[in-house]
Ligand binder design. Structure first.
Ligand code: CTP
Length: 417
């Protein structure tokens, strides 16, 4: 499934110093091949020139409600009819007040009022203004109207104060936009995903580990979140940033991963174990660095707990269990063996030797095996592979009954909690 490529985004900019960040966001959208049309309030134009937005978006900027240009005469109606989503960033206290009370005083607020498309709102202002009950009430109101609010963050503000009110980051906003275009077929599901390698320490400087980058597990977490799941990601040591809206638990050893997984498992509707857990660990940990003057070195290893097999033994009846199998040969038969032995519903088999399917790369080519058969997927990005895995999970989920009450507890909008 594509990202924001080809999506028509109507981008409303209101008058805050953070308007300069909106210029960067327009650039990001265009880089991703989205089609961007900008509307600016009069106050926004005091901060950043409309020429900047016109140049970055490659499209004329809309400023005036009462434009007599024949093509723009019904802009307040037509602009949103031609778009897939509207993004208002930064949204000032003034703009929020207009949105919350339906005051159609400028082009931006009028377009929002006439829009039948999803609207994402990113507030930004001084922290005292943000804390005022009037602003808080306005944010709550626009949430109730169904707007998707991506809340501001804490940090140093343009006014010199430190506090809440900074415009959120592009990553979080992008996630919210992407979620608008995904099915919400995991809405209300509690999903636990493991990712990355584990490290089994030998001495204070050395450990046994493997080449897993965690990219597949993180792609699974991001895409599950976009499809409405409540996601907990338990990851070994990797250099990837936390996906927005996902609870991340960082662990190091297989033992720590096991504790974290067993702690979350009872509440999970779906568990996906994409982590490359070390099968063995050193029996003894040397408190001091092992010296090379030692003549030869023999490592005594013992087996780590097989977390997935343990989950398979203890799984509650309604829980769906998905494993991974990293194989270099006999992929399908090895995958099927692990599916049965570990009592899984689905296993994702990948070839660790292929140049585009092994560790650290952005792509993957997997076989999905369930109790009824298997499907070989083409070479895809890890995100596209993750979506295909969720498609398969969703088809298996109806067999697992979740009450409507549990379903409705889900909220896939990370901003509007
Ligand atoms: N797994 C696990 N705990 C372990 C080892 C593996 O939970 N100690 C999980 C992995 O997360 C993966 C699945 O088991 O989902 C299969 O892992 P893999 O390394 O392919 O297979 P192993 O079970 O370790 O078997 P083998 O080494 O014989 O291939």
């Amino acid at each position: 499934m594509a990202g924001l490529q080809g999506k028509k985004i109507l981008f409303g900019v209101s008058g805050s110093i953070a308007a300069y960040k909106a210029a960067e966001w327009v650039r990001e959208l265009v880089r991703e091949e989205a089609v961007v049309t900008v509307i600016m309030t009069a106050a926004a134009e005091r901060f950043v020139s409309s020429l900047t937005f016109a140049a970055l978006s490659g499209n004329p900027v809309h400023l005036d409600m009462f434009d007599t240009d024949s093509e723009r005469i019904m802009a307040h109606i037509n602009l949103s009819r031609e778009a897939d989503a509207m993004l208002i960033a930064p949204a000032t206290a003034q703009t929020l007040a207009r949105l919350a009370s339906g005051i159609a005083e400028d082009l931006l607020a009028t377009v929002a009022l006439a829009a039948r498309i999803p609207i994402v709102v990113c507030p930004a202002m001084n922290s005292a203004m943000l804390a005022h009950p009037a602003v808080q009430e306005n944010i709550s109101r626009v949430c109730r109207f169904g707007y998707h609010v991506v809340h501001s963050t804490s940090g140093s503000l343009a006014c010199g104060e430190i506090g809440d009110g900074r415009l959120t980051d592009w990553e979080s906003t992008r996630e919210t936009l992407l979620a608008l275009f995904q099915p919400d077929d995991l809405c209300g599901r509690q999903v636990v995903i493991t990712a990355g390698p584990t490290r089994e320490p030998l001495d204070p400087v050395r450990f046994l580990s493997n080449r897993s980058s965690g990219k597949m597990g993180f792609a699974l977490a991001r895409t599950a979140r976009r499809r409405g799941a409540q996601v907990t990601l338990i990851t070994g040591p990797v250099s990837l940033a936390n996906p927005p809206g996902v609870d991340v638990i960082r662990v190091s050893t297989a033992e720590e991963m096991a504790q974290a997984v067993f702690g979350c498992a009872p509440r999970a509707d779906v568990i996906v174990k994409s982590a490359a857990v070390a099968d063995f660990k050193p029996i003894a940990f040397s408190e001091h660095k092992l010296k090379k003057k030692t003549q030869g070195l023999q490592l005594d290893l013992e087996k780590n707990i097989d977390i997935l097999a343990e989950l398979g033994r203890k799984r509650p009846p309604r829980q769906l269990l998905v494993g991974f199998a990293a194989e270099s040969r006999e992929h399908a038969s090895e995958g099927r063996r692990k599916l049965v032995e570990k009592n899984l519903d689905l296993i994702v088999v990948n070839d660790i030797l292929g140049p585009q399917t092994g560790f650290e790369v952005e792509t993957n080519q997997v076989i999905l095996i369930d109790r009824k058969g298997h499907v070989e997927l083409p070479l895809l990005s890890k995100e596209a592979t993750a979506h295909r895995i969720w498609d398969a999970v969703v088809t298996l989920l109806p067999a697992v009954s979740v009450s409507p009450q549990e379903y409705s507890s889900g909220n896939r909008d990370p901003g509007c909690a």
